[in-house]
Design a protein. Structure first.
Ligand SMILES: [Zn+2]
Length: 90
């Protein structure tokens, strides 16, 4: 019996050939992850596109190294920083 989580149909079932020559059932996520900006919903650049890819990367490769990197897109961050500075200057 497979792991309970794999019984969900959100996993694709794929037959894969192992190095020994056997074909075995493998489970893969159907949906690719798409990281989106928390403010505008735009797809984020510099973030991995799949779970498999994400697992292999180091922390610094998973999102941009700036404040709110991986949370907000560069445009939203720019606007928020500008507005924060302008409010504090008054
Ligand atoms: Zn945004």
């Amino acid at each position: 019996m497979v792991r309970p989580a794999y019984r969900s149909r959100s996993y694709k079932r794929i037959w894969k050939r192992t190095p020994s020559g056997e074909t075995k059932l493998a489970f893969e996520r159907r949906k690719k992850i798409k990281h989106k900006c928390a403010r505008c919903g735009k797809e984020l650049a510099g973030t991995p596109r799949s779970h498999l890819e994400q697992r292999k990367l180091s922390k610094t490769e998973k999102r941009p190294e700036r404040p709110f990197g991986g949370m907000l897109c560069h445009r939203c961050l720019e606007e928020l920083i500008k507005s924060a500075v302008r409010i504090s200057a008054i």
